[in-house]
Design a protein around this ligand. Structure first.
Ligand code: HEC
Length: 187
């Protein structure tokens, strides 16, 4: 401990003096020390709560959960929109044209099935829901001779022809025998 040079009424012991600038040795104010040690304690507690033991979700976790929820919600209206397609007469009419040109060779003029399955019964090999039918037409079943139409027709025509196939669903035209599982409803 340096010997005090002098004592100041306000600052207390003056320990150093350089070029007329005096340095005292005051105790730090309590409020200042309180904040200083408080932040340390908070930092340590925070580290245990959020990182070491993960008792509470971090911002990244909250964000990931939020994104997952949004993705789930986003996936749902897409199915609803596809289901609604069946009621969109313009899409069904346009889809019927596409069907006539591209699909009748294997599915019959009314979708009753020839090489490909009957599209008018209640039975579906790959699922009779709007989303299943849409993705099946888009991606095809190469191994079974169902072409993938996504790249050939483009998204708009695939949606339209999906609308047409949805309108065929359960119209029960006499044709190829049922294949696959019975389809109940879109939900
Ligand atoms: C070259 C013949 C061929 C053509 C052309 C064809 N399909 Fe298919 N399609 C098939 C075959 C074969 C299957 C059965 C696939 C299987 O068994 O997995 C099938 C299956 C399907 C299914 C699923 C049926 C089910 O039971 O799950 C749909 C829907 C379908 N086709 C729609 C279409 C549409 C729409 C077109 C025209 C854009 C089309 N197909 C053109 C041969 C064809």
């Amino acid at each position: 401990m340096t010997e005090a040079k002098r004592r100041d009424d306000i600052q207390g012991d003056i320990l150093h003096e350089y070029d007329g600038i005096e340095e005292a040795d005051n105790a730090l104010p309590k409020w200042w020390l309180g904040i200083f040690y408080g932040t340390m304690a908070f930092g340590i507690a925070y580290w245990f709560v959020y990182h070491e033991y993960a008792w509470a979700p971090t911002q990244n976790d909250v964000h990931a959960a939020h994104v997952a929820k949004l993705m789930e919600e986003r996936a749902k209206p897409a199915t609803d929109a596809l289901t609604d397609l069946a009621g969109d007469t313009a899409a069904v009419t346009a889809g019927a044209e596409t069907f006539k040109v591209n699909c009748v060779a294997c599915h019959g003029t009314q979708g009753e099935g020839t090489i490909g399955p009957n599209l008018t019964d209640r039975f579906w090999i790959h699922g009779g829901g709007a989303a299943s039918i849409h993705s099946l037409i888009r991606d095809g079943v190469a191994a079974k001779g169902m072409p993938s139409w996504g790249a050939i027709l483009g998204p708009k025509k695939v949606r339209e022809v999906t609308a047409f196939v949805l309108s065929l669903r359960n119209s029960n035209v006499e044709g190829k025998e049922p294949q696959g599982n019975e389809y109940q409803s879109d939900s």
